[in-house]
Write a protein that binds this ligand. Structure first.
Ligand SMILES: Nc1ncnc2c1ncn2[C@@H]1O[C@H](COP(=O)(O)OP(=O)(O)O)[C@@H](O)[C@H]1O
Ligand SMILES: [Mg+2]
Length: 347
């Protein structure tokens, strides 16, 4: 008889229970069972396994949980996430991809990609100057070919939806399907050359997409973007906790819109709250602050024009470029120090 029982550590254990003859006392059975062969943590009373009196709720599952894998054609992955929308995640993700391209320690130009996983609010096409660039072509393997600009390979649901203001109104299952396609149906390797790093722009919050990503893909690190306000910081903390739960290591926090430098004085104006308070909160979480990006109009203007500040040359953007180059160097350092574990590849 096949019996499913819970071990004390709440893992579901499958146990082959020996047949008992009808007139054999239960106590004798328990005595004849060799205890060293039993899975650890299982107790018996009167010859039958004792269940945890308060077991964790579980849904019946077919097969095991999905195995985390690497994405075919991608060596390493960095996600840019935040607990809230509007803190500058997509802007940071686009500029981080370019910063990584500009600060490579590899001794050659790296291959960098940018994947937009924000299904309801894709912004990579606009930020990277690829709005209206048409639909992606398909490879021989029937995979989507990335759209390229500023030296970065990109993919977004925005390339696949009809142009215009029609919002995506999908139920969870459709979103899941779209996320899986964006993760595993893109031909990132070009002529056999893999991407050295793929930056993923996440949707805001701690929902399905974040959980799916953590469960399906081996992510090498997360950069959590936040603004200095208390509310943003509370949500950033939630993001940190969630990534810890799904085993995504956190590289550090990035403080965006930390201060404003006006044209008429040199003093930094902390419009949204104290940067020092943010740094203290980060240290309480045991995290590094990778950089403090000022609020500069050329960042938003560049985003609207499809020319991220990292590819501009005007002096007004230089303080941001300087910070982002520093962030790029720290992220490379993190990536190069990552252990090379053997995971499967999907896609
Ligand atoms: N450092 C910055 N300086 C000026 N504007 C910024 C900065 N960071 C982001 N923005 C602007 O803030 C708005 C929201 O940024 P976005 O990247 O779309 O946020 P999210 O992806 O978190 O929703 C955009 O208009 C963007 O141009
Ligand atoms: Mg965004």
């Amino acid at each position: 008889m096949l019996t499913l029982i819970y071990a004390a550590d709440r893992r579901l254990v499958t146990l082959l229970q020996p047949q008992r003859s009808a007139n054999e006392p239960l106590s004798r059975q328990a005595a004849t069972r060799s205890p060293q062969k039993l899975p650890k943590g299982i107790r018996f009373a009167h010859g039958i396994p004792v269940r945890d009196p308060n077991p964790a709720p579980s849904l019946p599952r077919r097969g095991g949980p999905p195995q985390r894998a690497r994405i075919r054609g991608v060596k390493q992955i960095v996600v840019v996430a935040s607990g809230k929308g509007g803190v500058g995640k997509s802007t940071v993700a686009a500029n981080l991809a370019l910063a990584l391209a500009h600060t490579s320690p590899l001794g050659r130009a790296p291959r960098v990609g940018l994947l937009d996983l924000d299904i309801f609010g894709p912004s990579v096409p606009k930020l990277m100057g690829l709005e209206g660039a048409g639909e992606p072509a398909l490879s021989d393997r029937n995979k989507l070919l990335p759209m390229q600009n500023h030296g970065v390979a990109t993919m977004s649901i925005g390339y696949l939806l009809p142009a215009g203001d029609t919002p995506v109104a999908w139920r969870g299952l459709m979103v899941q399907k779209a996320v899986q396609q964006l993760l595993f149906d893109v031909e990132w390797a070009e002529g056999g050359d893999e991407l050295d790093v793929l930056v993923i722009d996440m949707p805001p919050g701690t929902g399905d997409v974040q959980l799916s990503l953590g469960q399906l893909v081996v992510v090498d690190g997360a950069v959590i973007v936040s603004t200095p306000q208390d509310v943003a910081l509370i949500d950033a903390r939630k993001g940190v906790v969630m990534f810890n739960k799904v085993n995504v290591p956190i590289i550090g926090l990035l403080l965006n819109m930390s201060h404003f430098i006006c044209g008429s004085c040199d003093a930094p104006h902390e419009l949204f709250g104290s940067a020092d308070k943010f740094v203290r909160a980060a240290h309480e979480l045991g995290l590094d602050v990778l950089g403090k990006v000022p609020l500069v109009t050329s960042v938003s203007d560049g985003g609207d024009a499809g020319r991220p500040v990292m590819v501009q040359s005007e002096a007004t953007g230089e303080p941001v470029r300087e910070v982002m180059r520093g962030v790029g160097e720290k992220v490379w350092k993190w990536l190069l120090a990552r252990p090379h574990e053997n995971h499967g590849v999907r896609g």
